[in-house]
Design a binder for this molecule. Structure first.
Ligand SMILES: Nc1nc2c(ncn2[C@@H]2O[C@H](COP(=O)(O)OP(=O)(O)O)[C@@H](O)[C@H]2O)c(=O)[nH]1
Ligand SMILES: [Mg+2]
Length: 755
């Protein structure tokens, strides 16, 4: 393959609702460009960008995949994205490394939930958008029977719907051509030529033809509407338009290209991916009108250690992916009982200098890794964008974040799962490299001493957690390494051990996501597991002050054991944890044994009193005791403290605490009532509602126990249009009736003290 400079590269994210035909449309484009000999199909796994076994089995795209079409001197890089709401965050990642989004809309279905969502994201990224009304062959209904006239009517209605949603800047740059047999091709409203595709041909190559007679008038009107809109932003064009009555074609092309790049116009095109109708003309359109990789403004990155700035900065301001990993981190690490997690520490404090990088071969090399894949043969494959400079095969680069060196071996461009090796890749191109040692998604690599780190795109946090149980010992051994590979590919996946319940937990976007992961574990890593609802990490505490004595005495010949202590327990405020105080002054317990008393209290508190959950938020004071010159030792005082603690707990009104989550639910406004009602039935406390764009945002505090399967409910209540995230807000006392149920099913049933 020849080398393509940035000016000859178009990077396009193909986005839209599930089943709008994105994967099939890409297959059609690849066919038209001669990259395949027969057009791939989703159903039999032959589509270039649908190669993952689980995706083929389920017939839906779950992860981004990349392909390229070499077309008329340019290389069009296409990123296929999932349209299923649960995986739609992948589209954000694709948007970060592309210069345009193709928004694919199933013509009959119109704008759907994920269509709206990706539009909003593209807006956030200031990413130029081109709308393809797809599956035009399947247009049915009253209109279609009427051939051309009916088709025109249906088309006008679809375009009107788009304009209602996204404004009058959505403007057709084509008109569809129908005959009695169906969708036949398109009219280019700039050049005013028709491109017609023979029925059943499937090559994706059209023939230039005259505009059909019955379309002529309509095409002229649409042309003028387009010209007017293009000229609107440009005074000199407007003058030309009013003086001459039209704009010369070349001026129009240039102006339309600019208008698209600057988000002043969102062109609307027509296609049928399955029949490859409109395919080559769509490639032509991308070549002429999509921004080139070199046209993107300079990228901003951070020079060191900092929270980097976003790659898309060149097009305007960074999107505000507010729901960062950090929030989930708090839940995960809280659950896991430690401060560790998946994130990197230290980002918060250093605010680094910003480095600007033009998409230019003469700049130092920088690569941003946006995807990782584990191939059974090739090993780890890292997908990257060349942010600046030229990437050469076998070059050594530095991983700025992790500090190590990496070798760019088997430098390639990906055609689906197939790597096509190349010698070099220029600024703005998308590529891949095999077997990097330490590099993961989100890392920036590059020339030593020229550090610039791109901030990874924010992805939503997991909304569903399961306990995962290996089936056999052998499965248990394989589980952690396999999960780590899966997590390298899928940043939405979390795997951790609950420090309290000792369960392995796995968190993901929802049930289908986690089930897919289980299938991958089995198919790829021969590891079998079962999923269960996770245990809630309850805790215990006390509500009253109590004192008790513990006296341990054992004299069975030889060395005896003797320990005696009196302790006082007092409640502390929520979140205070544990305090230990010694009020021993007269030497009733020798100084060296006081820590043993504390140890005895701590270990007993950890194993719980009511049901085995750790006792927290209390103060223990040792205030008296006695000892024996010969028989006292550390163990004896530990045992005495344990006895004293247990006895004091009986009097201290022990009760159960549960984790309460701060939940934020986002969904179209019409669902707000139902969502709030549902949260109330979950013992939730709705704090308020606000709006974000066209969506309602509900904030509520809800016990974690009631949120374990919330993802499924949210999907059902909002037809997949809602999303949520939550973080631990704190612990609260479990109400009596609920507590009884929890205790009844827990390990050590005991009476709950009354309020
Ligand atoms: N009639 C018709 N069906 C299509 C077309 N494109 C895709 N499909 C079908 O729609 C379904 C979803 O297609 P797919 O490409 O997987 O959509 P994606 O989820 O957007 O990637 C599949 O059953 C396709 O065969 C098209 O242009 N016309
Ligand atoms: Mg797909």
């Amino acid at each position: 393959m020849r080398n393509y400079p940035g000016s000859e590269i178009r990077n396009v994210a193909v986005t839209g609702h599930a089943r709008s035909g994105k994967t099939t449309l890409i297959a059609a484009l690849l066919q038209a460009a001669g990259m395949t000999t027969t057009q791939g199909r989703v159903a039999d796994g032959s589509a270039v960008t649908a190669y993952d076994e689980e995706e083929v089995a389920r017939g839906t795209t779950m992860q981004n995949a990349v392909a390229f079409a070499e077309w008329q001197g340019v290389k069009v890089n296409l990123i296929d994205t999932p349209g299923f709401h649960m995986f739609s965050h992948e589209a954000r990642t694709a948007m970060q490394v592309t210069e345009a989004a193709l928004i694919v809309v199933e013509a009959q279905a119109g704008v759907e939930a994920v269509t709206e969502r990706v539009w909003r994201w593209a807006e956030e990224f200031n990413l130029p958008r081109m709308v393809v009304l797809n599956q035009m062959d399947a247009m049915t209904g009253a209109g279609m029977a009427g051939g051309m006239a009916g088709g025109m009517e249906a088309t006008a209605a679809m375009v009107e719907e788009l304009r209602e949603r996204w404004g009058r800047n959505c403007v057709p740059v084509q008109l569809p051509v129908f005959d009695a047999g169906g969708f036949r091709g398109v009219v280019d409203l700039v050049t005013m030529q028709a491109f017609l595709y023979a029925e059943g041909d499937g090559s994706g190559r059209g023939k230039i033809a005259e505009i059909p007679q019955e379309l002529a008038q309509q095409a002229r009107a649409a042309h003028e509407a387009l010209v007017e809109l293009v000229a609107e932003g440009r005074d000199e064009l407007l003058e030309e338009f009013f003086e001459v009555g039209t704009i010369p074609e070349q001026h129009l092309i240039t102006a339309l290209h600019e208008a698209i790049r600057e988000d002043r116009i969102f062109p609307v095109l027509f296609a049928s991916g399955r029949g490859a109708v409109g395919a080559d003309h769509l490639l032509d359109f991308l070549k002429v009108y999509a921004p080139t990789a070199a046209e993107r403004g300079a990228s901003a990155g951070s020079a060191m250690n900092g929270a980097g700035t976003a790659l898309e900065a060149g097009y305007g301001t960074n999107g505000h992916g507010s729901n960062g990993d950090a929030r989930q981190e708090s839940v995960a690490s809280e659950l896991a009982g430690n401060g560790g997690g998946n994130g990197e520490a230290g980002h918060a404090t250093t605010r680094a200098g910003v480095v600007m990088r033009a998409v230019d071969d003469s700049e130092p090399l920088a690569l941003y890794v946006y995807k990782t894949l584990h191939d059974p043969f090739a090993g780890r494959i890292s997908f990257f964008k060349v942010v600046s400079g030229v990437a050469r095969n076998e070059a050594t680069v530095e991983n700025y974040g992790r500090g190590g060196q990496e070798r760019l071996s088997h430098l390639s461009v990906m055609q689906g799962r197939r790597a096509v090796e190349v010698n070099e890749l220029h600024a703005g191109d998308l590529g891949a490299v095999a077997r990097l040692r330490e590099t993961l998604t989100g890392d920036t690599l590059g020339q030593r001493g020229a550090e610039m780190r791109v901030e990874p795109v924010q992805i939503p946090e997991p909304s569903m957690t399961y306990a995962i149980e290996p089936k056999t010992r052998a499965d248990e051994d394989k589980l952690a390494p396999a999960m780590h590979r899966l997590m390298e590919e899928d940043r939405m996946l979390r795997f951790f051990r609950d420090g309290q319940t000792q369960e392995f937990l796995v968190a993901g976007a929802g049930q289908p996501h986690i089930e897919t992961m289980v299938a991958r574990l089995k198919r790829r890593y021969h590891t079998e597991v079962t999923l269960k609802a996770p245990k809630v990490p309850y805790r215990e505490t006390i509500r009253a002050r109590a004192e008790a004595q513990g006296r341990h005495k054992k004299q069975s010949g030889g060395h005896g054991q003797f320990g005696d202590c009196r302790i006082r327990l007092e409640p502390l405020e929520r979140g205070a944890g544990f305090q230990f105080v010694s009020e021993i002054f007269g030497g009733s317990i020798p100084r060296q044994y006081v820590p043993a008393v504390e140890k005895g209290v701590v270990e007993t508190a950890l194993s719980g009193h009511l049901a085995g959950y750790p006792v927290v938020d209390f103060k223990a004071t040792v205030y008296d005791g006695s000892y024996h010159e010969v028989d006292s030792n550390e163990l004896s005082f530990r045992i005495a403290a344990r006895m004293a603690f247990r006895q004091a707990m009986e009097q201290a009104k022990p009760c159960l605490l549960e984790p309460v989550m701060r939940v934020e639910v986002e969904a179209p406004e019409q669902y707000a009532g139902a969502l709030m009602g549902d949260l109330n039935t979950r013992r939730g406390h709705v704090l308020g509602m606000s709006t974000r764009g066209r969506a309602a945002v509900i904030e509520a505090d809800v016990p974690m126990a009631e949120m374990l399967q919330y993802g499924a409910t949210l999907t059902a209540l909002t037809q997949g249009r809602g999303s949520f995230h939550m973080e631990l807000r704190g612990y609260e006392i479990v109400p009596g009736a609920v507590a009884e149920r929890v205790l009844a099913s827990a390990r050590r049933p005991a009476a709950v003290a009354e309020e």
